[in-house]
Design a protein around this ligand. Structure first.
Ligand code: OAD
Length: 241
């Protein structure tokens, strides 16, 4: 059997599957990745822009970058990789889709059990009191401030040096520990604590599969590593389920 056939077999027999997705899954929708060969952040170190200190010092620059990304994301659609995961979810009794992506495309494509580890770029909250805002922010009119406490409004995403939302992290860790099949899809597998989830799954007996355009630090630890485009490989696989 080829590795792809073995993976298909594993999906067919899985009672509990967890998938960790990263920016590579949204690349085919036209959202640049952070790292990798066509990485958006090649010019910058991600840590320099996406952190609370950078925001407090230069909220205009950080907001400009997020406003640009929001506009981009509003214009794109889910791709074959997102839809393939919707199909797989329908076939497996327990399925958890853990995503580091903040673009909402998994939900838009129809995935149901989605755990957002890094927040959602379309949401905003106060940097001081954490109060969420549903205001339609007009960033061209100036920086937005909180109606409750007057603090600066920031994107509701996780930045470097910040904790992940506790409930999301717990759900992700539980899914990793309980699954029999874990797929790491289109992520550089570098950013903690998400990067530990595949190892947690494997340590608890799961079969570990990775799909990526290039090797990552995880690749040598997997049971199967499939090199190539997520949208191509995973959507072809769904034809055989
Ligand atoms: P990265 O940009 O670090 O990695 C994207 C990965 O996707 C790379 O390993 C690419 O090789 C791979 N890739 C690109 N196109 C692909 C395709 N079509 N099919 C398969 N793989 C492809 O993105 P993440 O791993 O998601 O955090 O990054 C993790 C976190 O780092 C992000 O959530 C973000 C960033 O800091 C926050 O914003 C908190």
């Amino acid at each position: 059997m080829t590795d792809v056939q073995i993976f298909i077999d594993k999906i067919k027999n899985s009672q509990n599957m967890a998938v960790l997705t990263g920016a590579g899954v949204s690349a085919a929708s036209g959202i640049p990745t952070f790292r990798g060969q066509a990485g958006l952040w090649k010019k910058y170190r991600p840590e320099e822009l996406a952190n609370p200190q950078a925001f407090r010092s230069h909220p205009d620059i950080v907001w400009e970058w997020y406003a640009w990304r929001r506009d981009l994301i509003r214009q794109v659609k889910p791709n074959l990789a997102h839809y393939a995961l919707v199909e797989i979810e329908k076939k497996i009794p327990a399925f958890t889709l853990i995503t580091q992506n903040v673009d909402n495309l998994h939900q838009l494509s129809g995935s149901i059990n989605v755990v957002e580890l890094h927040g959602n770029i379309m949401k905003s909250k106060c940097i001081d009191c954490n109060h969420p805002t549903s205001d339609n922010l007009n960033l061209k009119a100036g920086l937005p401030y909180c109606r409750s406490c007057g603090g600066l409004i920031r994107p509701d995403v996780v930045w470097y040096g910040e904790y992940l939302p506790m409930d999301a992290l717990k759900k992700a860790q539980t899914a990793a520990m309980e699954c029999d099949l874990f797929l790491s899809l289109g992520t550089s597998a570098l950013v903690e604590p998400a990067a530990s989830l595949p190892y947690l799954a494997k340590a608890n007996g799961a079969f570990l599969v990775e799909i990526n355009m290039e090797e990552t630090p995880l690749s040598s630890q997997t049971d199967i590593f499939l090199i190539g485009q997520a949208e191509k490989i995973i959507s072809e696989i769904t034809h055989y389920l």
